[in-house]
Design a protein around this ligand. Structure first.
Ligand code: LIP
Length: 261
């Protein structure tokens, strides 16, 4: 089985499990992590176990970074970044906006990714050099180059650690200048929406590698661009900005939160 077949099958299986478990979620199966704003459900743990065991069986020599189980590092060339349920808060409230996100990284760069939204029945897959696909159909980023017509996604992950005035200032700068800003609650899914042209762009700070690793390869393989807030490659540590490429620099200009004077 090829890496992409493994990814597809694992994402579908993991998504089916997440879907079944969403119907059975009750308060006792939802827990807080570092703060009350940061939730994890029993389903996150079950789905991560399924994915991690699959990787261990098939690629025993590879490293794994899982949102819930942390990192197992053998110091090798390949590492899998797994977010079993990206958008756990949305998932726990019963919304359809959550996804399973699985990425394969080589020497720190994403080379393949799967983002599956089981309630929406949408599987996004990308492999470096081979393009990005939604349910088997090739997708590409939007060709809109007018910021006023842009629909963007964002998130407020940086608030988990407390207040974040910069995040609010950035939001206030962007909102009046674009057509719409959406917040679905799953960064992986919003990156997938940039890849397939539904959104022109996305930005968020406070994300972790497992949130973005699959989405990044989707966006770049669909013809878009991903950077940190300053236009460099240090994402997600210094923020994540993704776009159709055409609007990237104009988005970056709005990411600076310095106030005049
Ligand atoms: C979540 C994201 C969400 C972001 C949160 C968080 P989780 O992932 O995808 O969009 O705003 O900070 O990281 O924790 O549900 O896997």
């Amino acid at each position: 089985m090829s890496v992409m077949d493994f990814m597809r099958e694992t994402a579908l299986e993991a998504g089916a499990l997440a879907l079944r478990e969403q119907g059975r979620l009750e308060p006792g199966r939802i827990h807080s992590k570092a703060s009350v704003k940061d939730v994890v459900t029993d389903a996150d743990l079950m789905v991560e176990k399924l994915v991690v065991e699959g990787i261990r069986d098939r690629f025993p020599e590879h490293d794994i970074l899982g949102e819930e189980t942390g990192a197992s590092r053998k110091g090798g060339e390949y590492c899998w970044a797994v977010d079993p349920i990206d958008g756990t808060a949305s998932y726990a409230r019963g919304t359809p906006f959550f996804s399973v996100s699985i990425a394969l990284m080589r020497n720190g760069e994403s080379v393949a990714g799967a983002v599956f939204a089981p309630r929406l029945d949408e599987l996004f897959l990308a492999e470096r050099g081979a393009g990005a696909f939604l349910n088997g159909k090739k997708v590409s980023v939007s060709t809109r180059d007018d910021l006023r017509l842009a629909m963007l996604g964002t998130g407020f992950g940086s608030f988990r650690g407390g207040d974040d005035d910069d995040c609010l200032r950035r939001f206030a700068r962007v909102v009046p200048e674009v057509s719409e800003v959406r917040r679905c609650g799953s960064a992986a899914l919003e990156l997938a929406y940039v890849a397939c042209g539904r959104y022109e762009g996305f930005w968020e700070t406070g994300l972790k590698l497992y949130d973005v690793a699959a989405g990044v390869v989707l966006v770049t393989e669909a013809g878009g661009r991903v950077s940190d807030l300053l236009g460099g490659g240090d994402f997600p540590a210094k923020g994540t900005v993704a776009s159709n490429g055409l609007l990237h620099d104009r988005l970056l200009e709005r990411m600076t939160t310095e106030r005049p004077g």
